[in-house]
Design a protein. Structure first.
Ligand code: ADP
Ligand code: ZN
Length: 522
């Protein structure tokens, strides 16, 4: 028994009849039109923007069978349940179901009774599955969470690498790749791996203006966490920690302070993890202290804050993690603690990874972009959006915009840095430049004769950390360019030239001494 096909319905009609919506959201119509026209699509759209409908509606409009690839069984199950409730013939074949169920689903797919079939990448890319699907007529293939294909990205999944064979296996079937976070290099990876060329790209606004962005120097995370959570009573929040141990410490600390807090990490038993997740989803005002194992597919509308007790892996990861706050559009806050020790830890992680130098270089670049964000002396949102290639105005909803009083004129110091960088040929990294400023006696300085430079030792009155912070701010502010050729060298941008020529000034965030520095100074 196959579903009678009268004539292809329009996407707008299906949007209304099946899903009950009268209007497309931004980006949806373009994505649907491309698929309907047989073209490939790369859709980079924020969480909650309605990515799923971009392929679900055309799948229904085109008839026949659409394949949807998704990395997690839970994500597939959620979408399938929602579709079935809307009366759509959708189902999934996956490892968590009994064999007989999977066989029954496959029979329905083969008989033309299904419109959408959800599969994991490893199941789809088996020779047997590809052969069987090759005999059916497919409407489209959707690859959800497509950033998982990028080897360099924070969420690489080896199973996704096999999807590179998709376009060859189904040359006439349009493919849509969807993701909520992809910087330009991740997009390039998706284009190269999944499409090998032609693809319509739809990149939608990354801004989540209701999320307030704040960063504080890490000075005793436990007290800082307690203060923050107490200042946000009766709210659901997520506290991201780097280690499993720390999630438990954080949860215990909060519980002791009378807060309903739970931990979540990959080292717990499935039952406890699931129970904690359910409590977070269904009870009001639960704080979840979690590693990044918690999050993908978490769709809770009223998470009021995301607190980073430790530095995330990259700005991409950060954006994805804070995106879990404020999905209802109401005010929410993303607060991050930022400590020197965290940076060293992240640097060590990268150096210890058993990967190519190219991979390490890209990871280090990503880390410096994140540090630049933490040190930004002007609007953080602008810095964040710029990282994703988007222009923004001063947002008025980040700590830099809200508290410009902590800025001080640092034009003189900035001039010293830029001047030295220019006179040494714009090829050295921050460490060496700081050594020159502070009059250090290193082998490199001796070998380059940089101790004979005018300006050698001229910056002794400022600490290493202060210079480092200023240089990060100059990078974040677009006066210095970091690492174009890949060796970590700093060079001047046109804005930097302006300052050097006395045509602009630079306001910097004051370096706040850490406890250790304060103790050393006493
Ligand atoms: P994403 O995958 O981008 O995070 P979803 O596809 O889960 O987002 O959609 C988020 C919510 O928005 C869902 O509840 C969905 O039903 C709703 N939605 C999607 N498109 C529309 C639309 N055109 N009009 C109204 N609501 C929509
Ligand atoms: Zn701002």
């Amino acid at each position: 028994m196959s579903v009678p096909e009268i004539r292809p319905a329009s996407c707008r009609q299906i949007l209304k009849d099946v899903f009950g919506y009268s209007q497309f959201r931004p980006g949806q119509e373009d994505a649907m039109n491309a698929l309907m026209g047989g073209r490939n699509v790369l859709a980079v759209m924020p969480t909650g923007s309605g990515k799923s409908l971009c392929f679900q509606v055309p799948a229904l409009a085109l008839g026949s069978l659409a394949i949807v690839v998704s990395p997690l069984v839970a994500l597939m199950q959620d979408q399938v349940t929602a579709l079935q409730l809307a009366g759509v013939a959708a189902d999934t074949i996956n490892s968590s179901r009994p064999y007989d169920d999977n066989v029954a689903v496959w029979r329905r797919a083969a008989a033309g009774q299904l419109r959408l079939l959800y599969l994991s990448p490893e199941r789809l890319m088996t020779a047997a599955m590809l052969k069987a699907l090759g005999k059916l007529s497919l409407s489209l293939i959707a690859v959800d969470e497509a950033h998982c294909i990028s080897q360099w990205g924070p969420a690489f999944r080896p199973e996704y690498a096999a999807l590179a064979g998709l376009s060859e296996a189904f040359p006439r079937v349009p493919i849509i790749a969807l993701t909520a976070t992809a910087d330009e290099s991740t997009r390039a990876d998706i284009r190269a791996n999944l499409f090998g060329g032609e693809v319509d790209e739809i990149v939608l606004g990354f801004d989540r203006p209701n999320i307030r962005l704040t960063v504080a120097p890490k000075q005793g995370w436990k007290q800082q966490l307690l203060d923050f959570v107490k200042a946000h009573p009766r709210q659901s929040g997520i506290v991201y920690c780097l280690s499993r141990k720390r999630t438990e410490e954080a949860a215990a600390l909060l519980v002791e302070a009378g807060v309903r807090a739970l931990a979540y990490h990959a080292g717990m038993s499935d039952e406890i993890r699931e129970a904690n997740q359910n409590a977070f989803m269904s009870e009001p005002y639960v704080v979840m202290a979690a590693t990044i194992a918690f999050g993908m597919g978490i769709d809770k509308a009223d998470v009021r804050y995301v607190f980073h007790a430790d530095l995330p892996a990259s700005l991409e990861a950060y954006y994805q993690e804070i995106g879990r706050a404020g999905r209802d559009g109401k005010p929410a806050e993303a607060h991050m603690l930022y400590g020197r020790g965290d940076i060293r830890m992240r640097q060590m992680f990268i150096d210890q990874e058993e990967t190519s130098d190219e991979h390490k270089r890209r990871q280090h670049q990503r880390l410096s972009a994140l540090i630049g964000y933490c040190e930004a002396s002007s609007c953080r949102r602008k810095a964040l959006l710029a990282y994703f290639g988007e222009q923004g105005e001063e947002c008025g909803n980040c700590d830099a915009c809200l508290d410009p009083a902590t800025l001080a004129d640092a034009t003189g110091e900035a001039w010293m840095v830029l001047d030295l960088i220019e006179r040494t040929g714009e090829r050295y990294g921050a460490a060496h430049i700081i050594d020159i400023l502070r009059g250090a006696e290193t082998e490199k300085i001796a070998a380059c004769g940089h101790d004979r430079l005018d300006g050698y030792g001229s910056g002794r009155s400022h600490k290493k950390e202060e210079w480092r912070s200023l240089i990060h701010q100059l990078v974040a502010g677009g006066l210095l360019i970091h690492d174009v050729a890949g060796y970590g060298g700093l060079s001047l941008s046109p804005e930097g030239e302006l300052l050097l020529g006395g045509k602009r000034r630079f306001m910097a965030r004051q370096h706040r001494p850490t406890r250790k520095e304060r103790r050393a100074a006493e």
